[in-house]
Every structure is written in C-alpha cells, then in structure tokens.
Design a protein around this ligand. Structure first.
Ligand code: HEM
Length: 310
C-alpha cells in the first residue's frame, strides 16, 4: 500500500527527550489577520527548522503543527475538509469521562535538548502570540528508557518503521489530504499516591505487562480490564493501530504528575474506538489516571500547510 511520506510533518517518530505540547485558541477578532498569520506558518516552521538544524544539528528537532475542526471551519470556511476531521465529543462511561477541550491549534515540539525546544517554541510563539491564547501548555520529558511515569515501558506495541508510517499517515483514502495525520492529545493526571501503594504484581495486572522486563502477561494473569486488553481496537478481528508518543510531565513539589497522551493516526476512527473502549469498558488504568484535556487535531502535510490559506 502506498503511503505518502515525503511531505508529512513529524508525526510518526521520535517521542523526544524534551517535549512541549501547546493547545491554543485563536482570538477570533479579526479572521483575515489571523488567517494571514496561519498562512505564514509553513514558511516560519521550515525556516526555524532549517536554522535549528545548523545551530543544534544533533538535537533531532521534530515539529508538528495542526488544526482542530473548529479552527478549520473558522479559518477556511467552505473549504474541503479532511474526511475524518470532527470536534472531539466527550466520552462518558459509568465511572470515567474523556473530557473534550475547546482548542484551535496544536503544537508538538520535541528534541534531545530542552534549550532547543524552548528556543523553537519561543520563536513560533513570537509569531502566534498576537493572535492566540494558551489553553494548555505542558512540558514533558523522557523518563529513563522510555517509561511512562507509572514505571512501565510505554510504546512497546507501537508500529515502527514503514508500519508506523502506514498506521500514522493518511494515504490514498483521502488523496487531497495524503501525508496528513490525525493527532489526538489528552493530558492525564495520575493518582500517584494510590498507584505507588499498589504492589508491583497488581500494577502489572493493570497494565498487562511485567514492570521491569516489559514482558507481556498471559491473558489469564491480567486483570480482565487490563489496559492492554481494553485499549486495543480489534474490530473485524483485525488489529488496528495508531502511533503513540506519550511522555510524562510533573511538578513534583505540588505532587502533580501525569502522562501526556499523544496518538497520531491515519484513521481517527481507530483512536476513537480505543478511547471508547477505555472509557466505556472501565480500563483499570483509568482508576489511577484522569484526563483533564482532550482534543482532536489534523496535522496537514507540509504541502497542504504551504497551500492552506491561498
Ligand atoms: C499500551 C501506558 C493511554 C492505547 C500501553 C502500555 C503502557 C501504556 C505502559 C504497554 C506498553 C505498550 O505497548 O506501549 C499508557 C498511559 C496512558 C495511556 C500511562 C495514559 C494515562 C492510552 C490511550 C490510548 C492507549 C488514551 C488510546 C487512545 C494503547 C494501546 C496499547 C497501549 C493501543 C497497546 C496494546 C497492545 O496492543 O498490547 N499504554 N497508555 N493508551 N496503550 Fe496506553
């Protein structure tokens, strides 16, 4: 299957060691002026990336920038839309709710060096600040060998290489938007006191894997509502995948610690199915994790971003 890779933004690899996530809201005061700023974003991002690749060539800078459905309709009224782009609607289960956060723009920046992420974010925000307000800003970090802050390796079952592109990037099913991706961003706060008081073998049942070795448990050892059972999308007896690049964040002084979930998908309906399973079938992980944001964004290919406001 052909997947348009060449012009996609940085959506299917490198979770990074230092990460900034920004959800922004447009002022919605002067649409033509706001649209003009957005129209310049492709050039702006390319110039910053080019320069930073010289200034800090080993920092492995990655940038993804995208739009919510609301932003798309506001900025480009009447224009064709990516097939699956919609406003994320809250998912309410008996015990847990995936909240929906109104937001327009999304930035996901990562690199091996925090100074680079700071500098790039500041340069982009010099440009966006006059037309936006910040809805959420989260600074994440790589935790040891790529563990979630709850101590388990995160991302083991992620598709990699060509398979990651195949599950992460839109192709011929939506030719006008090939090279794009659906990013779902969700900020979780963990009840770390409760989690830490759970013995390791019980934590392992919740996740469905061993904590140190990352080996998967047999199904009969797992809690029936283990995260790695419930979160899977196995519709039509097939395994449907997304590319997850979660990172931890924390303000330890305030005992505020969480996971910033970010899933890139070729098909939004796959991420949506995973979320629906988790929240309506009481994924055990949610007993220790509460989402405080949630929004869907379309990350256009560089070509579409270039052409977007013409
Ligand atoms: C697996 C952590 C939220 C989808 C895992 C694993 C961990 C983990 C440790 C096992 C290793 C791996 O395969 O990556 C977390 C944390 C979350 C979170 C800390 C937030 C609190 C989500 C959400 C989704 C999701 C919101 C979907 C929208 C998956 C999938 C798997 C997985 C599909 C792989 C299942 C398999 O095929 O074995 N997650 N996750 N996770 N997670 Fe999450």
């Amino acid at each position: 299957m052909r997947v348009a890779l060449h012009n996609s933004q940085d959506v299917y690899k490198d979770a990074g060691s230092s990460v900034i996530f920004l959800m922004l809201k447009l002022h919605r005061k002067d649409q033509p002026a706001e649209k003009e700023v957005i129209a310049d974003m492709a050039d702006r991002i390319q110039a910053i990336q080019r320069s930073m690749n010289i200034r800090a060539e080993h920092a492995n800078l990655k940038i993804a920038f995208g739009f919510s459905n609301d932003a798309w309709e506001y900025l480009f009224p009447g224009a064709k839309k990516p097939k699956e782009l919609e406003t994320f609607q809250e998912i309410k289960g008996d015990r847990h709710t995936a909240v929906s956060t109104p937001a327009d723009l999304f930035l996901h920046l990562r690199a091996t060096d925090e100074a680079v992420v700071y500098e790039v974010c500041d340069q982009i925000m010099d440009f966006l600040r006059p037309v936006t307000d910040v809805v959420d800003e989260t600074h994440g970090f790589r935790y040891f060998e790529g563990r979630a802050i709850i101590g388990f390796i995160d991302g083991t079952e992620n598709p990699v290489g060509d398979e990651a592109a195949e599950w992460g990037i839109i192709s011929d099913e939506d030719p006008d938007f090939a090279g794009g991706s659906y990013a779902f961003a969700q900020k979780y706060i963990h009840d770390m006191d409760a989690w830490k008081s759970l013995p390791t073998h019980m934590q392992e049942k919740v996740i469905g894997r061993r904590k140190f070795s990352d080996i998967e448990l047999d199904d009969d050892e797992k809690d029936p509502h283990a995260h790695n059972i419930i979160a899977q999308d196995n519709r039509d007896d097939k395994e449907h995948k997304i590319v997850r690049m979660n990172v931890p964040f924390s303000n330890p002084g305030q005992n505020e610690t969480g996971t910033y979930f970010i899933g890139y998908a070729r098909y939004w309906n796959v991420t949506k199915q995973m979320l629906t399973n988790m929240f309506t079938q009481n994924d055990k992980l949610l007993d220790y994790s509460t989402p405080i944001t949630g929004a869907l964004f379309f990350i256009p290919s560089r070509d579409v971003l270039d052409a977007i406001a013409e």
